[in-house]
Design a protein around this ligand. Structure first.
Ligand code: CDP
Length: 254
């Protein structure tokens, strides 16, 4: 059997050519990186957890009419996705101050923001994914004004939906990052949510205790990252057990 072709290898995932034209296979690695890959480790089971959590979130988004690249999960570490043209902009939505906005603007971590704040970063590892303004995005042709409007609308829908999804299981969605891709259908193009949505790309705090259940556990050496992600998966009712389908739904935490 011919070995399948690798299309791209990133820090936490690998893309392979898919079984049909217009598809890719997205493989989730156990590698964890932070601070633009200055800090690195291998966390046993992280890839499996992120594959399941991202599947759950993308499927739920699809269920409320938010288009995504996700087709179906294939196995413990892989999912089938639609090929998209990735827009080289990371969209960050923040509900509570944390991370770079706290540093940049001197806002204490944990301060609720007056409204969800949308930020853009230019995807370029050599530059450390710098924060950019709409002006840069349009002037340098990284995306059109229409793309930007669609990206903001998508990101805010994702924020509303995920805030509710996580709140229902006792988790506060502090912030998250999404990436968008273009899909061409005949003469038309539309944008879909691409990449992954997982505790690698969100800040998730326990509503009661404020305990961090996301990649900050790794970034800041706060404990075992796989345990934190397992807690998120358990609360969402998707704890992976030998790759079998989930048997329970989300659990409400009082
Ligand atoms: O995460 P960091 O402190 O470096 O940056 P941030 O701007 O505070 O990140 C805001 C949110 O976007 C966090 O949930 C990050 O995990 C996520 N993010 C990401 O997933 N990938 C990036 N390249 C940058 C941020």
């Amino acid at each position: 059997m011919a070995r399948r072709r690798m299309v791209y290898e990133g820090k936490a995932k690998i893309l392979y050519e898919g079984p049909e034209p217009g598809t890719y296979i997205q493989y989730f690695k156990d590698d964890a990186t932070a601070f633009n890959a200055e800090k690195k480790d291998v966390i046993d089971g992280k890839g499996v957890l992120n594959n399941r959590i991202s599947e759950h979130i993308m499927t739920a988004l699809g269920g409320v009419g938010v288009p995504t690249h996700f087709i179906r999960r294939l196995n413990m570490r892989e999912q089938l996705i639609r090929q998209v043209e990735i827009i080289p902009i990371e969209i960050i939505v923040r509900n509570v101050a944390a991370g770079t906005i706290s540093k940049r603007l001197g806002i204490e971590e944990g301060t609720p923001l007056p409204r969800p704040i949308v930020e853009f970063c230019y995807k370029d590892d050599n530059l450390g994914d710098p924060l950019v303004a709409e002006e840069h995005i349009i002037a340098f042709n990284w995306a059109t004004q229409q793309d930007l409007d669609d990206m903001i609308a998508l990101a805010l829908r994702v924020n509303d939906f995920l805030s509710g999804l996580f709140y229902g299981v006792g988790i506060k969605l502090v912030d998250f990052k999404i990436e968008c891709g273009r899909i061409y259908e005949g003469d038309f193009q539309r944008l879909v949510v691409a990449d992954e949505i997982s505790p690698d790309s969100c800040r998730l705090w326990d509503v009661e205790t404020g305990q961090k259940l996301d990649k900050d556990v790794f970034r800041r050496d706060l404990g075992n990252l796989a345990d934190a992600y397992t807690e998120v998966a358990k609360r969402l009712g998707i704890m992976p057990q030998n790759g079998t389908a989930p048997t329970t739904g989300p659990k409400l935490v009082h």
